[in-house]
Design a protein around this ligand. Structure first.
Ligand code: NAP
Length: 416
């Protein structure tokens, strides 16, 4: 077995393989993990214990995950002088499926964001964020259980492509000169400039993944969220290309909202077909508050998805409970959606649910659904028993406040 970052790959497990777009998983897959910075250290310990316990119980010891540490962020910088070593990327390439805690984005020169870099280097083009309410979790909504959606956020393009120039630089000046002199624009010369690329390739593969997910998981609608009324050739084009994928590649399995209205139908697609609709982003923020039950799967561009997924997470209990996955054709990296919350680092206080639930997504991706269900049962049980970390405790009457590791232990106890 090879070494990455100076550590040998464990010999008591086997790498996950991909065949025709499907994961081939042995009973002891090797899964690389990045512990994460700040609160990530506490969260990872608690989450690993929960995932291991669920696998052990679900398969009576016949299956286990062989964990393999890879490095990014502060730990990598301290050990190797690099924020994101090439070996870490190579290890994920070789082993296919990884999980990570939150990483500090180094301020100043160098890599702009480690998370964005990982997504772009490994072409993890779908950022998948399921948002659903667990009974008992405090929420600002009257009926939080009505929101149960999965957001597919395009992960490699849009204003996250990192094509921007600072105000006053030679490069910004050159771009402004080109736009004003050659393209007939009148951009103020004291502007910073950012470019928003949205491609056919990036848009179609994201919408395809969302449609495939809806089909595989019996979801009855996919909504394309865009700001095409203002940004016609990026956001508007995303919507048009999305409809093209639906009507050309999923024709017999979907119906568009326009087709439904033309045929006099109501708001529900017939015969188990998937309803394809689109909403302008600002209206969608209202819709998830006022008519959440009408949305099941959302496909959207990068920045819209970033805002929308955090807003939806707030409706069902906040970032501490929001899992995420970055999935491409060849690799998948599961991760917390929150940051490193540095003020809670090493205090064993923070809520580990985001990484635990990212573990649920990872187990589903590996096809280990029984273990995934056990974790969900444990989490629901712990919250129903009002055994919660500080963030939920401050909003719940009569709850018992526990630390990060104790919450993990409560999840394990409630798996049954
Ligand atoms: P943050 O780390 O997400 O923390 C902001 C606040 O959110 C915390 O102070 C806490 O609120 C709450 N929170 C976050 N995680 C929580 C959890 N697990 N349980 C309970 N509450 C939680 O955001 P930030 O302070 O803006 O960012 C810190 C660093 O993280 C930055 O370097 C940023 O670049 C990085 N970051 C990384 C990722 C990633 O790795 N995917 C994502 C976002 C940000 P209260 O104080 O109210 O308790």
């Amino acid at each position: 077995m090879p070494h990455y970052n100076g550590l040998p790959v464990p010999t008591d497990g086997t790498p996950v393989r991909m065949e025709s777009g499907r994961c081939i998983v042995s009973d002891s897959p090797i899964v690389p993990f990045i512990e994460g910075d700040g609160c990530g250290r506490d969260i990872w310990k608690a989450s690993k214990a929960v995932i291991d316990a669920a696998v052990e119980r679900a398969y009576s010891g016949d299956r286990r995950i062989v964990w393999y540490e890879v490095f990014a962020g502060e730990k990598a910088h301290d050990r190797f002088g690099e924020w994101l070593p090439a070996d870490t990327i190579d290890a994920i390439r070789a082993l296919r499926v990884a999980i990570k805690g939150p990483l500090t984005t180094p301020v100043g020169g160098g890599i702009r964001s480690l998370n964005v870099a990982l997504r772009q280097i490994l072409s993890l083009y779908s950022c998948v964020r399921p948002v659903k309410w667990y009974p008992g979790v405090p929420s600002p909504m009257r009926d939080p259980g009505k929101l149960n959606i999965v957001i597919f956020r395009e992960n490699t393009e849009d204003v996250y492509a990192g094509v921007e120039w600072e105000c006053g630089t030679k490069e910004a000046g050159q771009v402004i000169e080109f736009l004003n002199g050659r393209m007939g624009r009148s951009i103020r010369t004291d502007s910073g400039i950012g470019i928003k690329p949205v491609s056919v390739t990036g848009s179609k593969r994201l919408v395809r993944a969302a449609l495939q997910y809806a089909q595989d998981n019996g979801r009855s609608s996919v909504t394309l969220v865009h700001k095409g009324n203002i940004m016609k050739f990026t956001e508007g084009a995303f919507r048009d290309w999305g409809y093209e994928v639906a009507t050309e590649e999923f024709r017999d399995r979907c119906v568009t909202e326009a087709e439904l209205w033309e045929s006099g139908g109501g708001g529900v697609a017939p015969n188990g077909k998937i309803l394809i609709k689109d909403r302008i982003a600002d209206a969608m923020f209202q819709q998830v508050l006022l008519r959440p039950a009408e949305y099941e799967v959302v496909a959207t561009t990068n920045l819209n998805g970033d805002y929308l997924s955090d807003a939806c997470a707030a409706q069902v209990g906040g970032l501490g409970l929001a899992p995420g996955a970055n999935i491409g054709d060849d690799y998948a990296v599961f991760e917390a959606t929150h940051g490193t919350a540095p003020k809670y680092a090493d205090k064993d206080m923070i809520n580990p649910s985001s990484v635990i639930l990212s573990g649920v997504m990872m187990l589903e991706h590996l096809g280990w659904k029984e273990a995934a269900r056990l974790i969900e049962r444990g989490m629901t049980g712990a919250i129903a028993a009002k055994t919660v970390t500080y963030d939920l405790h401050r909003q719940m009457a009569g709850a018992t406040k526990v630390g990060c590791s104790q919450f993990g232990a409560a999840v394990i106890r409630h798996m049954g």
